[in-house]
Design a binder for this molecule. Structure first.
Ligand code: NI
Length: 174
């Protein structure tokens, strides 16, 4: 197991359509272990394979639900949202690939996701509220979509300005 460096906004891998996983081989299992370790290390609640430079349709999520004995921690292979609720709500989102900034993003309140688990078994899960938000955010990454694409142009300009200023300040520290 190892952490892998998280790629940042501007890396083309974040903007490409990730490929479906066709075989659950040792490479994919190692990828999933590394995604969990990297997510924990970065204190994130979700991570998609393209964020560590691997353009495959694999995500891990850990929305840290206190009422869920399993902790809600799962890896999904080839996840697909098959149903969105009509109801939508706004909530704050950040992204490990755009560190230091966040913004309110409108998402479906509830979704149904079909995917495979690490043994290759098909699974369907229904999520609402924060876990549904995390899943939508991570599955977007597999299509090259970032949360800043889902906010108004004005909000996006402000987020990007804040982000660039932060990066410059960090660079200035040497
Ligand atoms: Ni993200």
């Amino acid at each position: 197991m190892a952490t892998r460096p998280v790629v940042l906004l501007g890396d083309p891998v974040l903007r490409q359509e990730a490929r479906e996983v066709e075989e659950l081989d040792e490479g994919v299992r190692t990828l999933v272990r590394d995604l969990f370790e990297t997510m924990d290390h970065e204190e994130g609640v979700g991570l998609a394979a393209p964020q560590v430079g691997v353009p495959l349709r694999v995500i891990v999520v850990d929305p840290r639900l206190e009422d869920d004995p399993e902790g809600g921690r799962i890896a999904l292979v080839n996840p697909r949202i098959v149903e969105h609720s009509k109801a939508r709500e706004r909530g704050r989102e950040g992204c490990l690939s755009i560190p230091g900034v966040d913004e309110m993003v409108e998402r479906a309140v509830g979704i149904t996701v079909e995917a495979m688990d690490l043994e290759g078994n098909p699974l369907e899960l229904r999520a609402e509220g924060f876990p549904a938000r995390v899943l939508q955010h991570e599955i977007d990454h597999l299509d090259g979509i970032l949360y800043i694409d889902r906010i108004s142009p004005l909000a996006r300009d402000l987020v990007l300005k804040r982000y660039r200023r932060l990066r410059e300040e960090e660079g200035g520290k040497g």
